[in-house]
Design a protein around this ligand. Structure first.
Ligand code: R5P
Length: 225
């Protein structure tokens, strides 16, 4: 296994230690949470009782395959914890998420959770957010108008594509990947974007991580807020 994958595996698996009997949990999306789910499925087979809200259809499908019991966000008032990945993590533990296009459901699940645990390889740590283009979810109707409005905030934008056609999220929307010249004020950037008609949600997760499990090829470190 490559060092980056080993790091993801270590971080992803470690986070399962936070899950206790009868918890209601959120399951994030991506290649690091993949490892969380593998380990969690082992624990479920050994007798751990949990129910999980998936943050994407991809996670839902994997959970079904692995035999992890599912429920929907509409079925619960609150989740005990969520385990999710990230594309960038600042020193303040603010995040950029949405590399896999799941940011809207991920944010809704994060906000419904009492504790938020992020799993990531050490390559995701950064001094300042913005090296990774910020994903924002927009409505398809009139998307070029929204594109132009976002452009005026001073970023370079790419409409995300998959196999040469626009990528469509689980919610039926488009994603704009917005490259800013560093994001020093994540709250300000998030608020400016949210004011624009057509923008549904941004991949900026500010103060939404309680613990970050950082994986290295041979160890993990815990960062806490
Ligand atoms: O939309 C996708 C999510 O925000 C992922 O959690 C994020 O992209 C990190 O994924 P990975 O663990 O594959 O790097």
């Amino acid at each position: 296994m490559k060092p980056e994958e080993l790091s993801k595996k270590l971080a992803g698996e470690k986070a399962v230690d936070y899950i206790e009997q009868d918890m209601l949990i959120g399951l994030g999306t991506g290649s690091t949470v993949f490892w969380t789910m593998q380990k969690l499925a082992e624990r479920v087979k050994e007798g751990l009782r949990i129910q999980a809200v998936p943050t994407s259809t991809a996670t839902e499908e994997l959970a079904r395959k692995l035999g992890i019991p599912l429920l929907t966000l509409e079925d619960v008032k609150e989740l005990d914890l969520v385990i999710d990945g990230a594309d960038e993590i600042s020193a303040e533990l603010d995040l950029i998420k949405g590399g896999g296009g799941a940011l809207l459901r991920e944010k809704l699940v994060a906000l419904a959770s009492k504790k938020r645990i992020i799993v990531a390889d050490s390559g995701k740590l950064t001094e300042e957010l913005g090296g990774f283009p910020l994903p924002i979810e927009i409505v398809r109707f009139g998307w070029e108008q929204t594109f132009s409005r976002v452009l005026q905030l001073g970023c370079q934008i790419t409409l995300r594509e998959a196999e040469n056609t626009p990528f469509i999220t689980d919610n039926g929307n488009y994603i704009l990947d917005c490259k800013f010249d560093g994001i020093t004020d994540p709250v300000g950037v998030h608020q400016q974007l949210k004011l624009l008609p057509g923008v549904i949600e941004t991949g900026l997760f500010v103060q939404l991580a309680d613990v970050v499990v950082v994986g290295f090829p041979d160890r993990f470190e815990l960062l806490e807020r």
